[in-house]
Design a binder for this molecule. Structure first.
Ligand code: SF4
Length: 286
């Protein structure tokens, strides 16, 4: 276990400041993500050096299409997530019981060594939400930089300013999920403030970090023309050069009753984005 970086103490309780949930955590309890625990008045990461997935992927699988094209990236992720999306496509690792935390130690040195041995150009912090394993990600990112490797976050964009400022020092590219409108974030993602995600997207862009956006389309939930237009207009107002990926959703986790997103819906979203002037519009899972 590693003491967490982003929290404050309140007597024997702690407030986690890694993401905007800002969990108030009593002794022997974990925060919403299940992997940050108050032990005797200090907050600890339960997943430091404990990835549940380590894979070599084409960078396009993140998806990142307009940066380091046609290279491989070493992808890592631990258990736990600060969101509870009803449609989570990775729920086997994002939703956890603490007893299930993978116990094999894989240090940042090993991760960087694996990336170099396998001719990867970058390391991606992905699969679940890197904010919840930020201590492990940061150590790996620092070492990656020293070894001329790039760092990529695939994120829901709900990290606090403190986290964003710290990771920005070592971050080269990001894919942020922009999932739907305000009500969708409250109901389907589970009580999340969309404005915080949007503010972070703007901040990341202003910092000059390469950014791409993914919008997973769930038939009947976030596929109204108006919902897609809202996302597209938000991005276009920042820059029409920001790539967007519309991806298909399949029945999963709490949404087992849905149908896979229609190809026609994905095509319609692409058309809307192109009509609004976005220059790099892609589709995925089709
Ligand atoms: S990172 Fe986890 S513990 Fe910290 S505020 Fe977010 S959900 Fe809560």
């Amino acid at each position: 276990m590693k003491e967490a970086l982003f929290y404050k103490k309140q007597d024997n309780n702690v407030v986690c400041e890694a993401c905007y949930r800002n969990c108030f955590i009593q002794e022997n309890q974990t925060g919403f993500c299940g992997v940050r625990k108050n032990i005797k008045g200090k907050l600890y990461s339960l997943v430091y050096n404990k990835p549940v997935a380590v894979h070599i992927d084409p960078i396009e699988k993140k998806p990142i299409f307009r940066y380091l094209e046609k290279t491989n990236t070493l992808s890592i992720g631990t258990m736990g997530c600060n969101f509870d999306c009803a449609f989570c496509q990775n729920y086997e690792i994002s939703k956890i019981d603490q007893k299930e935390i993978f116990q094999e130690i894989i240090t940042p040195e090993t991760i960087v060594g694996l990336a170099k041995q396998n001719n990867c150009s970058s390391i991606s912090y992905t699969y679940t939400e890197p904010t919840v394993f930020v201590e492990y990600a940061l150590e790996t990112m620092k070492l990656a930089k020293q070894n001329n490797l790039k760092n990529i976050w695939v994120t829901n964009g709900y990290m606090t300013d403190q986290v964003l400022e710290e990771i920005s020092k070592y971050l080269d590219a990001v894919n942020v999920d922009l999932k739907g409108d305000k009500q969708f974030y409250l109901d389907v993602v589970n009580n999340i403030d969309l404005e915080k995600v949007k503010q972070n997207i703007k901040k990341i862009y202003k910092k000059g970090i390469h950014i791409e956006i993914t919008n997973l389309l769930i038939e009947g939930y976030n596929t109204k023309k108006q919902q897609i237009e809202e996302i597209v207009e938000f991005i276009a107002n920042i820059s029409k050069e920001i790539p967007i990926h519309f991806t298909r959703c399949f029945p999963c986790y709490k949404l087992t009753n849905i149908k896979p997103t229609k190809i026609e819906t994905i095509k319609q979203a692409k058309k809307i984005a192109e009509e609004k002037g976005l220059k790099h519009v892609f589709v995925g899972n089709v």
